[in-house]
Design a protein. Structure first.
Length: 94
């Protein structure tokens, strides 16, 4: 299961699974097991902003830190996502 980065952000790993690439670009955040169960899920837009779909076990502070990190690193993350055949950015409006 590919991680976007080796380091943990807000004490969580940011990753996706092989089943994820059929959806718009997104990021799962999990502190222990890299599975979708109990993980947070952020859809990523082409401007680097993100939409929190599932909170998982994240606090408000952790959500904020991860969204800021995504905004600052979304282009590198997108390249990793596309390497595995992932779809394009999330396009729905809030």
């Amino acid at each position: 299961m590919p991680k976007y980065f080796r380091d943990r952000i807000a004490d969580h790993y940011l990753y996706f699974t092989s089943q994820c690439i059929v959806e718009a670009m997104h990021v799962h955040a999990s502190d222990k097991k890299l599975t979708e169960k109990n993980s947070a899920k952020f859809f990523v837009r082409s401007d680097g902003s993100s939409v929190l779909q599932h909170r998982g076990d994240l606090t408000d502070r952790e959500v904020s830190i991860i969204q800021k990190f995504i905004k600052e690193n979304y282009l590198d993350m997108y390249r990793t996502w596309k390497t595995f055949g992932g779809q394009d950015f999330y396009k729905k409006e809030q």
